[in-house]
Design a protein around this ligand. Structure first.
Ligand code: UFG
Length: 331
């Protein structure tokens, strides 16, 4: 029995594939390589199908020919700012794409799915740490599409008995400890890779988006979680789906500790032992001041325990990737 991973050539997808293979699972990857990297799939040495999840017939064919038992679904657009500029592209790719995937699963009789969701489903937090029952009022189309998919999964459970676990990640960072896979986005917007590229001299400086937030040092606070800890949560979610009837569940994944942008700059300087020049710029629109997860539910239900508990070890892991792959997969 095999697990289908959509978006398995992407950042969190490829690390999850590595984790599953390391635990003896059989995996096939589906990716349209719009954002993913063929090099990542090659490094994983896993059966790979290059097509879009909106191709329902192709999905059904792969599900039947590989006797797929469960799906782990990452394939999506995930840039908050871009989603505000081109919302329909996000609805077409994320929501319509997932509808095709779920229809293919129903057709092929595959009834278990782990879904890559996000903290962006909550919107501006009313209380910290954020628990799963926090009101869900996304402030951008990206979060809206992920929430719409979570609701779609609920209705697929109601109508077809499909079993799903949605995992709402906070800020993913870091890289695989040994394999040549890591974080590489065409247009990098994330804090830790931008800082490390600045340390490497790929960028002249880094811009802090606002120092006038109501936090101790005025910069935004986030909960950084190592990508291999996210990967292990997917593996444990699959295990839970195999052993229980869960309906449609959702769990937060974060460390539960918040770090400000300045904390991350200082930690990145300490890890890299290099200067990282920065300027303070305007706030980026749509950035909440503080996002910190409560992951207590995941710890109990999935028996998940994140291994990378401190910021320095997460940055060290990302640094190891960036140092050896300063141009990402283009090296
Ligand atoms: N930041 C800067 N300068 C930069 C880039 C980022 O100061 O050049 C700051 C941001 O303002 C934010 C923090 O660094 O406070 C982290 O920003 P990221 O862009 O790395 O991550 P986000 O918190 O914006 O986004 C993450 C995920 C999204 C998810 C979101 C949930 O990447 O997928 O959390 O709100 F939607």
């Amino acid at each position: 029995m095999t697990i289908m991973v959509t978006g398995g050539a992407g950042y969190i997808g490829s690390h999850t594939v590595a984790e599953l293979l390391e635990h003896g699972e059989e995996v096939v990857v589906i990716d349209n390589l719009g954002l993913g990297h063929e090099e990542a799939v090659r490094a994983l040495n896993v059966p790979f199908y290059h097509f879009d999840i909106r191709d329902r017939d192709a999905l059904v064919h792969v599900m039947r020919s590989h006797t797929i038992e469960s799906v782990v679904h990452f394939a999506a657009y995930s840039q908050v700012g871009e989603s505000v500029r081109v919302p329909l592209t996000y609805y077409q790719n994320n929501v319509a794409g997932t509808a095709e995937l779920l229809a293919a699963m129903v057709e092929a009789g595959v009834m278990r799915i782990v879904f890559s969701s996000t903290a962006a489903t909550y919107g501006e937090p009313e209380a910290i740490p954020i628990g799963e029952n926090h009101p869900k009022r996304p402030t951008n189309p990206y979060g809206e599409t992920k929430l719409a998919i979570e609701r779609m999964l609920y209705w697929c459970y109601s109508a077809y008995g499909m079993q799903s676990i949605s995992l709402r990640y906070f800020n993913a960072a870091g890289a695989h400890p040994t394999l040549p896979i890591g974080e590489h986005h065409m247009h990098e917007t994330h804090l830790i890779p931008l800082l490390l590229q600045t340390a490497l001299g790929v960028r002249s400086h880094f811009t802090v988006f606002g120092n006038d937030y109501p936090t101790a040092d005025g910069s935004c606070i986030r909960d950084y979680i190592h990508v291999m800890d996210l990967a292990s949560a997917h593996r444990l979610a699959l295990k839970r789906l195999r052993h229980r009837v869960v309906g449609a569940e959702a769990f937060n994944l974060g460390i539960g500790t918040g770090y400000s942008v300045f904390d991350v700059i200082h930690a990145a300087r300490a890890v890299t032992k290099r200067e990282i020049h920065y300027l303070v710029g305007e706030r980026r629109s749509g950035d909440p001041a503080v996002l910190v997860a409560s992951s207590d539910l995941a710890k109990v239900a999935l028996k998940w325990e994140p291994k990378y508990q401190d910021l320095a070890s997460i940055i060290e892991s990302a640094w190891n990737w960036h140092l050896h792959h300063p141009d990402g997969f283009r090296d």
